[in-house]
Design a protein around this ligand. Structure first.
Ligand SMILES: [Zn+2]
Length: 367
């Protein structure tokens, strides 16, 4: 079966909706066309010129990069930076470029899922929850149509609360209306006051599904004018957000834990704060730049916080409360290539997916 860029984008965006990306980010299809057929895909953390030449050598049609090749808007493309040169080469060679970044970071089956398995951690929840991800719909339906509308809303993605699906709240009451002469009321007659027994249905849904939920409501509700309300909820989804917190399957002393981390993540070195003389059980982690997460990890009483791009004073701050560990930005994210490869292999059996062999870490170590 032929696979097109749009098929791959659709699957990736089902896993990590574009709407979940941070405002500064630039995700989705960056270069190329959704209608292009794909036979070979190259996955990379960073799209450097070297990685681009690797894609040419491997005859790939699509490059999926974790870090965006374009962050800010550009006014001209003349080849003055490596990103511009890659874009020029990609267009000349008909290679598409797709980015999946902070949207992959915040979903439960995204960036953190691979790392928690690798480090043998039972995840409890995300460390820093994403706000404003839940909306609520209330609508009023004639009682004989309530089941149809409710089921259609479930089908469209409403009514999921963590491990429960088909959640809604329903009660019956009476709705009244009187149409003018231009109306064609589904029940009752125009220009005559009508009172009808209706079911009030309330369901929550992820905010990025607003359009499809409204479309589903309009297609399935029998009334000419549909009464409905949509609210933003303050509620937080514990499975959508940055990083994670959880418990090690087996507790370790600090020295053994650092050794374990170094081995599992194949690290050259680890920067860490003073040891806190405590067993490590509760682990908080944010792959990539995560210094904003330290306070959340302390609040959650984690024994260790692992991230990257931490500053000198971060290591002083929570003396004896938590072990602070910096494993490097590239090092904390390099396994994302494995995550994306196994996701694409599972979803597309007729294409070849390669992980870039280029070591794109711009930070070099002299030791
Ligand atoms: Zn990063």
């Amino acid at each position: 079966m032929k696979v097109f860029v749009r098929d791959i984008a659709y699957r990736l965006e089902n896993l990590a909706p574009l709407e979940y990306a941070e405002s500064y980010d630039n995700v989705g299809l960056i270069v190329g066309s959704f209608h292009k057929e794909v036979k070979k895909v190259l996955i990379t953390l960073d799209l450097t010129e070297e990685v681009f030449y690797e894609s040419l050598k491997k005859k790939c049609d699509l490059i999926i990069s974790f870090h965006p090749i374009i962050f800010k808007s550009i006014k001209n493309i003349t080849g003055k930076t490596f990103s511009e040169r890659v874009i020029i080469h990609a267009l000349k060679n008909d290679i598409s470029i797709y980015v999946i970044h902070t949207n992959l970071d915040v979903v439960w089956e995204g960036t953190s899922s691979y790392l928690s398995k690798l480090l043998r951690i039972n995840r409890e929840k995300v460390l820093v929850s994403k706000k404003e991800t839940i909306k609520k719909l209330i609508t009023y339906v004639p009682i004989n149509y309530a089941e149809k509308v409710r089921n259609a809303l479930f089908e469209a993605g409403a009514g999921n609360i963590s491990n429960y699906s088909h959640c809604s709240y329903n009660f019956d009451g009476y709705g009244s209306y009187k149409g003018n002469k231009k109306t064609k009321p589904f029940l009752g007659k125009k220009e005559i006051f009508h009172i009808e027994k209706e079911t009030c249905i309330g369901v929550i849904f992820p905010d990025y599904k607003l359009d499809i939920i409204k479309k589903t409501l309009f297609q399935n509700h029998p009334y000419e004018e549909i009464a409905y309300e949509v609210y933003n909820l303050e509620n937080i989804n514990p499975y959508i957000g940055i990083g994670f917190i959880g418990n090690l399957i087996e507790n370790m002393n600090e020295h053994d834990f650092l050794f374990f981390l170094k081995e599992k993540m194949n690290l050259i070195y680890i920067r860490h704060s003073n040891l806190i003389e405590k067993e490590i059980q509760k682990v908080a982690m944010i792959p990539g730049s995560g210094r904003f997460g330290i306070e959340y990890a302390v609040k959650e009483k984690a024994d260790v916080f692992i991230s990257s791009d931490l500053k000198y004073h971060d290591f002083f701050k929570y003396e004896k409360k938590i072990l602070i560990v910096d494993i490097g930005h590239y090092e904390s994210e390099k396994f994302i290539k494995n995550l994306l490869k196994s996701f694409l292999d599972q979803n597309f059996t007729s294409i070849s997916v390669f992980k870039s062999e280029v070591h794109t870490n711009p930070v070099k170590y002299f030791y």
